[in-house]
Design a protein around this ligand. Structure first.
Ligand code: 13P
Ligand code: SF4
Length: 281
């Protein structure tokens, strides 16, 4: 079956199954193209909480689908399975477990736990607050307590630490394997090659990359910034597939990504898996 047939079947099944297709910005291009809503973790969570359909088909990694279910306990949330029994997992979310979070809490009884949405439900359950990359600074700023344990991304945590005042932030040693594969030298080389390009990076990047960036955004923040900017060239420090959406929405503009900035976990889901999961729910 070719791509067009697969896409047509998915669009038809959405009606028949009373389903909505929520898709993260790092998914394969052909899956992005059949999305009802394409976005970042915050946008997807917000969209999931307003869904009026019976079934949510969630194309992203495990914690995103799990968060959609937490927000919609009465709805069926389908996370496409990759045969025989693989699921797309975020390795960073797997770097924090409930027992260790509780041990940190015991060690720092005056601190509150802020967990990144990239965590499992059992870690969220023992957290005081939950944030995404697009609202982490706002969430931490809004907390009355001074001492915060930030779980699990040390790079996002350090970015928050540098962006807020009067807070003591204890970092957890977690990181994103994809964003740490964007070395500062590669960004500097891209800047030499494209001197007029604006550098926009995700806060999961390492500190040295964040230091040389013009702007720091979540994936959705990047799409909004690019759309409203007069600049025509951008060096983008995040997963390469965001380029599909950026190029589609901004035909006159050019985007340069790191060569190794690929999240293999996000790529596990193929359009055939989406179709199968929609047939069987
Ligand atoms: P966004 O919330 O910016 O989409 O990021 C999610 C993520 O997993 C980044 O690696
Ligand atoms: Fe997890 Fe990183 Fe992939 Fe995002 S890009 S899903 S944080 S591994």
């Amino acid at each position: 079956m070719d791509m067009e047939d697969l896409a047509e079947q998915i669009i038809r099944l959405k009606e028949e199954q009373d389903a909505i297709l929520l898709v993260h910005n790092y998914q394969r291009p052909e899956i992005q193209d059949v999305a009802d809503y394409l976005g970042d973790s915050l946008g997807l969570a917000m969209k999931a909480s307003k869904v009026d359909r019976k079934n949510i088909i969630f194309c992203g990694v495990d914690f995103m689908a799990e968060s959609a279910k937490i927000l919609n306990p009465d709805k069926r949330v389908v996370h496409p399975i990759v045969p025989p029994h693989l699921i797309a997992k975020c390795p960073m979310a797997a770097m924090a477990d409930r027992e260790t979070v509780l041990a940190y809490k015991d060690e720092h009884p005056d601190a509150v736990i802020v967990s990144y949405v990239n965590t499992t439900a059992e870690v969220k359950a023992v957290s005081d607050y939950c944030c995404t990359s697009s609202n982490a600074v706002k969430v931490v700023n809004s907390i009355p307590e001074k001492k915060i344990i930030f779980v699990p991304d040390e790079h996002l945590g350090n970015y928050v630490r540098r962006s807020v005042k009067d807070k003591e932030i204890i970092l957890w040693p977690g990181y994103c394997r994809t964003h740490v594969r964007i070395p500062v030298q590669e960004v500097l080389d891209l800047k030499t090659e494209h001197p007029d390009a604006i550098v926009i990076v995700h806060p999961e990047c390492t500190d040295d990359v964040i230091d040389i960036a013009d702007e720091v955004f979540s994936t959705e923040g990047m799409t909004k910034y690019v759309a409203s900017s007069d600049a025509t060239e951008f060096i983008v420090g995040t997963e390469r597939e965001l380029g599909h959406r950026l190029r589609k929405e901004n035909p006159g503009k050019k985007f340069y990504f790191g060569k190794r900035a690929v999240c293999p976990n996000m790529k596990q889901i193929r359009i055939e898996n989406v179709l199968n999961s929609m047939k069987t729910l």
